[in-house]
Write a protein that binds this ligand. Structure first.
Ligand code: KIV
Length: 252
């Protein structure tokens, strides 16, 4: 495992993207990316669910196994789905299943309120990535994907969350849709790297859902993403060309 704290100290940015299958994981791995996440965003961009709260453990394990076959150099992190880490014992049992499926680290959503589960995982020696800020598994309670840290009490709670997950043994922390200034403060305040998504440029690294980056889920792109490709359009173009070519070919 790369020393991500050292990368932070050197000012070397950490790069992370999601993958849910063998070819995507292999293609990303070949670019030299630092971290590949089998995110539970799987539920939305691959399985067609409304949000990530319907994703099951079996689905995540299945896709983790596929992605693991394609990864040689990046750190493969797997997301623990909702209600698979409700107690420290359950969290450890779930984390072990992901390691058996080929993940080298696990991630779950939550800060100070999840310290018992995070400590239970890190005490077993399984590398752990934290995730604070906007928590997609709580989107129904939150009423949408809203920016975090706009008010002082929320910013203070985020800083406390970051400190708590660092103390509990996380090797890094994802900051999702956190006000850029607050993300910068957190980044300065802790020794483990912050990996931002929609949280400004001052984080120690950046993560995106690959489908958003490459335009493979063209029906919705978060505001903070600048796509680098239009793969969805290419699929439509190739399929139309195939249909046209087939329909216009002579019958024997
Ligand atoms: O599920 C996911 O893809 C994630 C990233 C957005 C950080 O958790």
């Amino acid at each position: 495992m790369k020393d991500f704290r050292e990368m932070k100290q050197r000012g070397e940015k950490i790069t992370a993207l999601t993958a849910y299958d063998y070819p995507t994981a292999r293609l990303l791995d070949e670019t030299g990316i630092d971290i590949i996440l089998v995110g539970d965003s799987l539920g939305m961009v691959v399985l067609g669910y409304r949000d990530t709260t319907s994703v099951t453990l079996q689905e995540m394990l299945h896709h983790t196994r596929a992605a693991a076959r394609g990864v040689k150099q990046a750190l493969l992190v797997a997301d623990m789905p909702i209600h698979t880490y409700d107690t420290p014992q359950q969290a450890v049992a779930t984390a072990r299943k992901f390691v058996d499926a080929g993940a080298q680290a696990v991630k779950l959503e939550g800060g100070a309120s999840r310290v018992a589960e995070i400590e239970a995982i890190t005490q077993t020696g399984i590398p752990f990535m934290a995730h604070i800020g906007m928590l997609p598994q709580s989107v129904r309670e939150e009423g949408g994907y809203k920016i975090k840290g706009r008010i002082q009490s929320e910013a203070a709670a985020l800083l406390a969350d970051a400190r708590a997950v660092e103390k509990a043994g996380a090797f890094s922390v994802v900051l999702e849709i956190v006000l850029a200034e607050v993300a910068q403060q957190i980044t300065k305040a802790i020794a483990i790297p912050t990996i931002g998504i929609g949280s400004g440029e001052h984080c120690d690294g950046q993560i995106l859902v690959t489908h958003d980056l490459i335009g493979l889920f063209p029906w919705f792109t978060p505001k903070f993403v600048s796509p680098e490709a239009r793969v969805g359009e290419e699929i439509r173009r190739a399929a139309r060309a195939f249909v046209e070519r087939t329909k216009s070919s002579d019958k024997i």
